[in-house]
Design a protein around this ligand. Structure first.
Ligand SMILES: [Zn+2]
Length: 143
């Protein structure tokens, strides 16, 4: 298996970046993102969870973002990933959860990232920033 080689890792990170930001910006549904995630290999899923947890931390998520994200994720607030993300400060280690909780963790993490990133876009970016992930090719759609 070559799925953990660094070249494939880079490709997976690029794809993760694209999928997660499309979901955050409403260009792709969360269900569609979750379907992409469940098609990955188990090792790929763990890598994506670590990556997305990193995005969420970089977006400075708060416990309130955690609750808002969980509410829109469709995952029960009592599920492990929901509890972890709502802690103050949020816990990481989602890739270490049992495999059958990985999709829930993905849904929760992407939703919470979307809450924090939407706030950042509205407050600081206003469509004029140089963040590559806020200027996706598909984001230039006609009104
Ligand atoms: Zn931006």
């Amino acid at each position: 298996m070559t799925e953990t080689s660094s070249r494939d890792s880079r490709a997976l990170r690029r794809e993760t970046d694209h999928v997660v930001n499309e979901v955050a910006q409403g260009l792709r549904t969360l269900d569609d993102g979750a379907a992409w995630f469940s098609d990955l290999s188990p090792a790929g899923r763990q890598e994506v969870l670590r990556e997305v947890a990193g995005y969420a931390l970089q977006a400075h998520i708060t416990a309130a973002d955690g609750r808002a994200g969980v509410a829109r994720s469709g995952v029960k607030p009592t599920a492990n990933p929901s509890v972890m993300i709502c802690m103050d400060p949020p816990r990481s280690g989602f890739a270490g959860l049992p495999a059958d909780e990985h999709e829930k963790a993905f849904r929760v993490l992407v939703s919470v990232f979307a809450v924090a990133d939407t706030r950042r876009r509205q407050k600081y970016c206003r469509g004029t920033c140089g963040h590559a992930w806020h200027n996706l090719p598909t984001a230039t759609k006609e009104p």
